[in-house]
Every structure is written in structure tokens, then in C-alpha cells.
Design a protein around this ligand. Structure first.
Ligand code: ADP
Length: 293
């Protein structure tokens, strides 16, 4: 395939090492892209391949990985290069050999995530927009977390849901929730560096049992939004939560805010996959509205 030659040439010019793909192995596990382990000249890389319009998504992912790398808190794959031709866009990352972790790995993940969350910014948002799944994620900097979550997170997904045909009850309930959000988001968080899409498929342990995180949707926000998402699909190990909470306790009222934060991901799943996520979103909103009555 011509694309292998183009990717090989780009890797070689970025790393200043000779490189030609000799072997490519299609890997499972990704939700959005086709992932390969490509190797040659005694080197190995992790490659994500998608349609040409995915270039901006890959560029944002590479920038997000660098932001986390620069925080020197959690291991992420180093981005090598990204590019595009008429048929494909690609992102090349350092290949990380994964292991199953040992008895300290989940504790390390909790402590390192707490350290990452202590990396802060002046504003909520980020230097650029990115994507959550394939959905655009708006990160216009804001000094006001409530407004940020209202407009750039829940409001954005609700508008998208309307465009996607999810009207009626979901929209009426959603509007009521947005109007009353100040009664639910009452804490004053600081803008912490967030992974942004921290479900159980986006962390692992490397071959020396250290935690690694993948596929971020980086922005600066309330750290509870990251913790909430770890609880959404499958959950993280108990040692992770005890280490994190011991090192960086959560504010009171987290159990309610967790639903406000996870609603964003459920609305995003509705927009990406449809199905029963609409019903789940309505149930979550009803629960939250009952809290403020
Ligand atoms: P997608 O963007 O398609 O969702 P991910 O970045 O989530 O893909 O990667 C899918 C899986 O591939 C991850 O869950 C992880 O197991 C593995 N993976 C991701 N990046 C690397 C890497 N750099 N080296 C080795 N394995 C990786």
C-alpha cells in the first residue's frame, strides 16, 4: 500500500533514523480508528489510521499527549508524527508494550492521576478544540466553570442531539437542567489538567507495571469530571480510588456532580450511537432535577 511508504518516510524524517514498514499487525481494541503495530529496522510504532478528515482529530490528540507528557506525571505514548494523503490520515505513536500490572499498579495510577490534576491553568478549557470520540469538543478558555460546563459541554451536546433528531422530552428536560445548573455545580474548582475521556479502555499498565493512559480528550477543568468518568463504564480498581482520594480528597457533593459530569458522556454516546442512551440521559436529568426541587 502506498500509504505505508508515505508513513515510513515521515517517521524516518522525524526520527532521523532509517525506517521502512516491514510488518504491520492489525490490533483490536480501538473504538474509532484502525490501529496497527508497524515494525521494521528494529523499531516498532503504534499507528492509527482513519479517513483524511481525521487529521485535525489526530493533531489534537498528539497535542493532548504532549500536554500530559509535559506535566511529567503519567506515562503516555509519545507522539511521533501525523499526516494525511488522499485516502487516509494517520497518527504514529511510540509503541508501548503492555503488561497486566502488579499489586501496586492501581495505587500508582491513583497517585499519578492526582499529581496530573495538580497541574493547573489560569482558565478552564484549552489552547484548542479537540474531539470526544468523533464529536467535536469545544475548549474556548473561560474563567467561569459553571458557564463552561453549561455552554461548552452539556449545552453543546444537547444542541447536537436536537440536530440529530433527539427532540421532545430530552430537550425540555435538558433546558430545565441548564437553567438550574447553578444549583448543582456549587463548588469552585480550579482548572486541572484532565484526560477528558478516562474510561477503563483508556488506561493500562506497561511491562514494568507502571500505569499508561491513552487517547485523551485533554482540557483544563474540574478534576471530578475525570474521576466521574472512571466510574461510568466498568469502573477502575478499588486501590485506584483509595489512593486518589487519600492523596487528593474530593469535595463534598461529588456524588451529585458526578451525574452532572457523566451526563456529558451519555449525551455524547447518544449522539454517536443513538439507542438507549436517550432514555439513560433523561433518567439522569430527572434525578438531578429532583435534587433541586
Ligand atoms: P482509538 O482512538 O481507536 O479508540 P486507542 O488510542 O484507545 O484507540 O487505542 C486502543 C487500544 O490500543 C488501547 O486501549 C491500548 O490497549 C492500545 N494502545 C493505544 N496506544 C498504544 C500504544 N502507543 N502502544 C501500545 N498499545 C497502545
Amino acid at each position: 500500500m502506498k500509504v505505508w511508504q508515505e508513513i515510513s518516510a515521515q517517521i524516518a524524517s522525524t526520527t532521523h533514523n532509517q525506517f521502512l514498514v516491514e510488518k504491520s499487525v492489525l490490533l483490536g481494541g480501538g473504538c474509532i480508528n484502525r490501529a496497527y503495530c508497524i515494525s521494521g529496522n528494529d523499531q516498532r510504532y503504534f499507528l492509527k489510521l482513519n479517513t483524511p478528515d481525521s487529521l485535525t482529530m489526530f493533531e489534537a490528540e498528539a497535542t493532548g499527549l504532549m500536554e500530559i507528557f509535559q506535566s511529567q506525571t503519567l506515562h503516555v505514548p509519545m507522539p511521533i508524527c501525523y499526516g494525511q494523503n488522499a485516502e487516509f490520515a494517520w497518527l504514529v505513536l511510540e509503541f508501548i508494550s503492555l503488561g497486566s500490572g502488579n499489586r501496586d499498579s492501581a495505587t500508582k495510577l491513583g497517585l499519578q492521576l492526582a499529581a496530573m490534576h495538580r497541574t493547573t491553568s489560569k482558565h478552564f478549557g484549552w489552547i484548542r478544540d479537540n474531539t470526544i470520540g468523533k464529536t467535536p469538543q469545544i475548549n474556548t478558555p473561560s474563567a467561569n466553570w459553571l458557564e463552561f460546563w453549561r455552554t461548552q459541554r452539556l449545552g453543546y451536546q444537547l444542541k447536537l442531539a436536537k440536530v440529530n433528531g433527539f427532540r421532545g422530552k430530552l430537550q425540555t428536560l435538558g433546558e430545565r437542567l441548564l437553567d438550574n445548573l447553578d444549583k448543582l455545580l456549587t463548588s469552585s474548582p480550579i482548572p486541572s489538567l484532565l484526560h477528558g475521556d478516562l474510561w477503563s479502555g483508556n488506561y493500562a499498565f506497561d511491562n514494568i507495571n507502571d500505569p499508561v493512559i491513552f487517547d485523551p480528550a485533554v482540557y483544563y477543568g474540574d478534576r471530578e469530571a475525570d474521576i466521574a468518568m472512571t466510574e461510568l463504564f466498568g469502573g477502575f480498581p478499588a486501590d485506584f480510588y483509595s489512593a486518589y482520594r487519600h492523596d487528593y480528597p474530593l469535595d463534598s457533593g461529588y456524588n451529585i456532580r458526578r451525574i452532572v459530569y457523566n451526563l456529558y458522556h451519555i449525551l455524547n454516546h447518544l449522539n454517536l450511537f443513538g439507542g438507549s442512551y436517550g432514555h439513560q440521559a433523561e433518567q439522569m436529568i430527572n434525578f438531578l432535577l429532583a435534587e433541586i426541587r
